[in-house]
Design a protein around this ligand. Structure first.
Ligand SMILES: CC(C)(COP(=O)(O)OP(=O)(O)OC[C@H]1O[C@@H](n2cnc3c(N)ncnc32)[C@H](O)[C@@H]1OP(=O)(O)O)[C@@H](O)C(=O)NCCC(=O)NCCS
Length: 166
């Protein structure tokens, strides 16, 4: 990463679908293995639906993106989906060239702050069991493992949940 690049974190907004599509397509196979909210080859229309669901009039998803201010490219993406349900679900992915530079931390903490402001009590996620860096990061933020399962991709996953108001 160019050290002069400035990253801004903001909510997903109309017009972002192509940049989000590009972000996901640029992820390495290793990152796609552990972060695949739509499977490995999502269509642009799926990102357009995510943008739609962030609209204030819909508001069933809350997505934050980390955006390079000069290029407009997306460097990271975090979200809570299924907002109106009893199992709102967290997700997080960062562009490979930005790993280890605090982008994931800032996105996750931004999403958690927003969910606490909304009064959300409990948040859920799933994480591949060998993705220790991710689940240790989640555990430091109060997520506790409560189950394991095999995903449709054949990988072993932990289920974790956090009490946000504790
Ligand atoms: C896991 C992932 C989201 C972390 O994001 P990141 O921007 O690389 O991480 P950050 O630099 O913000 O660091 C996050 C935390 O991990 C720690 N960390 C950073 N690099 C680390 C490393 N090499 N080893 C262990 N911990 C590390 C940081 O100290 C920080 O700790 P904190 O919890 O005290 O804040 C990112 O690596 C990623 O997108 N991986 C591929 C997709 C993926 O696995 N997503 C998660 C799906 S559940």
């Amino acid at each position: 990463m160019d050290p002069s690049t400035t990253i801004a974190i903001r909510r997903l907004r109309p017009g972002d679908a192509p940049a989000l599509y590009d972000f996901y397509e640029r992820l390495s196979p290793s990152s796609k293995r552990t972060f695949a909210p739509f499977g490995q080859h999502p269509a642009l229309a799926q990102y357009e639906n995510v943008v739609h669901d962030n609209d204030a009039a819909v508001d069933t998803k809350f997505d934050l993106v980390a955006v390079e201010e000069t290029s407009g490219r997306i460097a990271g993406w975090s979200f809570v989906w299924d907002l109106p349900s009893d199992q709102p679900t967290f997700g997080l992915g960062v562009a490979d060239e930005y790993h280890g530079q605090g982008v994931g931390r800032d996105l996750m903490d931004g999403v958690l702050d927003a969910m606490r402001r909304r009064g959300m009590c409990k948040l859920y996620l799933t994480v591949v069991t060998d993705n220790a860096r991710a689940w240790q990061m989640y555990a430091r933020r109060g997520f506790v493992r409560y189950d394991e399962f095999t995903g449709e991709d054949g990988l072993p996953y932990y289920r974790m949940a956090a009490e946000l108001m504790a």
